[in-house]
Design a protein around this ligand. Structure first.
Ligand code: SF4
Length: 583
């Protein structure tokens, strides 16, 4: 069998050889001590697949990035398969095209050797035609509006030279139409998750999707040169090309498929797609992802907020004229659950906060029951309820869920109409959110999966110092030294703090150092979204004077802080509930 792992291996030539071929699509791997930890999951999984190959297999490797080059080097020593490495240029000029043409000639020679017969010019021209047929088939599915999950099945089979006639399932009319672009993605769970938050993936530009099926090639007198020209100069370039910033092909595709927004994906440990060029007029969201995919919860909050941002206008719901007079917002966070009840003017009538505990759904219901008892109202008095926060989907009595990013924006703007930016430090994640004058989210940045820069980080550090958070803030006031805690990771920071204690550093200085450390992390998010004052500080952590002082110093601004900063998200949810209802 002929195996390959990169879309710069031309299917035209594989077709011409008449040999069976297959793209490596493995998703699982075990951490092999031969492979450096800091390589992307796709490289690790590819190495796993190459190790399992037999002596009559051929692996066509491409040095598409440093990580792949390392995997290819390892494969030479640890796989029984024959390895042919194609060297991919870094530029897209004529010299690069000619260079890659020579590489492809080597591929033709190798495949001729494997099959025991020279691949002829006529066969190469036939190969181009077969590839063009397959490409035409895939594009016709897009043009017919076939559901993307079906198209991906067709792409996967096309990568092994087979044609798939998908079910006649059409793209659901489900909110904004999104494209994914950048680093490799085709995970079904991901596609389903995007569907569940009210959007549809309609195009996959990544190299697991249609990127390799772009660019024209014709059966000319020099078919190898023609194939090299398609790959280097006509198709959508991969992120490795330093002069690959032409977005015109993508723009045309996105326009024809009526794409509303783009998710720019980047594999963890890969930096090719951080600035992957996309048509500027379309809103985009950059996401770092694992291979295989992990932390879907966090991804769903980010994508949910992005979808809410690009949705045109609020979709209103109609309730009967006699429907209740109360609007409820519930913020089910990892640390606390907060509930706010407003009237139809958006005035807060009651708020409640309780630790979320192990059963967030029961906690939310308990808060509602308590509120009903205190205010003496029944379920019929509730006009509409919006749940937000990490556990928003488990609030049984909510009519709708909206991400905490949108709800914090709405709540903060209501408290402080002059607000232009929000910093929210929650138990599990932290965010910087930039607003427009109406309180809509223009941009946001969130910490990644680890707890660095969150309330959890502070809690762990307070435990190490055997103090509570308020006592840590008091201690920081008395600091004399400018101690720096360089580890951002909670686990490493914990050992750093333990060793500082061991060296006799004072708790006062360490506390101040910790507040400065978290502030730097939050400040980086604030700068990423081009934040500007006035800034509202929300979330329970905003009650801690230590972090407020450190962060204000770091950013050189003073915050606006509501009396109860914990309830801003729940208040925003109640406001959204109120704005959604038409009587
Ligand atoms: S995801 Fe990045 S690091 Fe991994 S193979 Fe692709 S380009 Fe290389």
């Amino acid at each position: 069998m002929i195996y390959y792992a990169c879309s710069y291996v031309p299917l035209e030539i594989l077709f011409a050889s008449g040999l069976s071929f297959m793209k490596i699509e493995r998703a699982d791997y075990s951490e092999d001590p031969l492979v450096h930890r800091n390589l992307c999951g796709y490289c690790k999984a590819t190495f796993e697949a190459v190790k399992d190959m037999n002596s009559d297999d051929l692996f066509i490797a491409v040095d598409s990035c440093d990580a792949m080059r390392r995997i290819n080097d390892l494969a030479q020593s640890y796989s029984k398969a024959q390895i042919l490495q194609l060297r991919l240029p870094w530029k897209r000029d004529d010299a690069s095209r000619i260079f890659y043409r020579n590489q492809l000639e080597g591929l033709v020679d190798m495949l001729s050797l494997v099959r025991g017969k020279t691949i002829t010019i006529r066969e190469l021209k036939e190969g181009i035609k077969s590839f063009n047929d397959l490409k035409k088939h895939l594009w016709s599915l897009h043009n017919k509006g076939i559901a993307y999950t079906e198209i991906q099945k067709a792409i996967d089979l096309a990568n092994s030279g087979q044609k798939y006639q998908p079910l006649d399932k059409k793209v659901a009319k489900n909110g904004p139409r999104l494209a994914v672009a950048g680093g490799l993605m085709k995970d079904e769970e991901f596609l389903k998750m995007v569907g569940s938050i009210g959007a549809e993936i309609v195009f996959n530009e990544t190299c697991a999707g249609m990127r390799g099926f772009t660019g024209e090639s014709f059966p000319t007198a020099d078919p190898i040169d023609e194939i090299a020209t398609r790959l280097i100069q006509r198709r959508i370039p991969c992120g490795r090309f330093i002069d690959g910033s032409d977005t015109s092909i993508l723009r045309k595709i996105f326009q024809s498929l009526k794409v509303d927004g783009v998710l720019r994906l980047n594999q963890k440990f890969c930096d090719f797609f951080d600035d992957y060029p996309l048509p500027e007029e379309l809103p985009s969201l950059s996401l770092e992802i694992d291979y295989p995919l992990a932390s879907l919860g966090q991804l769903s909050t980010r994508i949910g907020a992005f979808v809410e941002r690009i949705k045109k206008g609020i979709s209103r719901v109609s309730v009967s004229k006699t429907a209740g007079r109360y609007f409820i917002g519930v913020d089910s966070g990892s640390t606390t659950t907060n509930l706010v009840i407003t009237n139809d003017k958006g005035e807060i009538l009651l708020w409640k906060i309780a630790p979320t505990g192990i059963n967030g759904s029961a906690t939310a219901s308990k808060l509602l029951k308590e509120a009903q008892r205190e205010m003496n109202f029944s379920d019929d008095d509730i006009a509409y309820c919006v749940a937000t926060g990490y556990g928003r989907s488990i609030v049984d009595f909510a009519n709708e869920t909206i991400t905490e990013i949108t709800c914090h924006a709405r709540g903060a703007k209501r408290f402080f109409p002059e607000a232009k930016c929000i910093i929210d430090i929650g138990g599990q994640d932290s965010k910087a959110i930039r607003l427009d004058e109406k309180g809509n989210v223009v941009d946001f940045s969130m910490n990644d999966k680890c707890a660095a820069g969150t309330g959890r980080f502070l809690e762990v550090m307070a435990r190490v110092l055997e103090k509570d958070l308020d006592a840590m803030a008091d201690a920081a006031e008395k600091a004399r030294k400018n101690l720096s805690i360089s580890s951002m990771c909670t686990v490493f920071a914990e050992s750093e703090v333990v060793s500082l204690i061991g060296k006799g550093e004072s708790i006062d200085d360490i506390s101040a150092g910790l507040f400065r450390s978290i502030s730097k992390r939050i400040a980086a998010m604030y700068k990423r979204v081009k934040g500007e004052p006035p800034v509202v500080f929300t979330g329970g952590v905003a009650r801690n004077s230590g972090i407020v002082k450190a962060l204000q110093e770091e950013l050189g601004i003073n915050f606006l802080i509501p009396d109860v900063p914990d309830i801003v998200g729940a208040y925003g949810a109640a406001i959204m509930a109120m704005e959604k209802v038409i009587r």
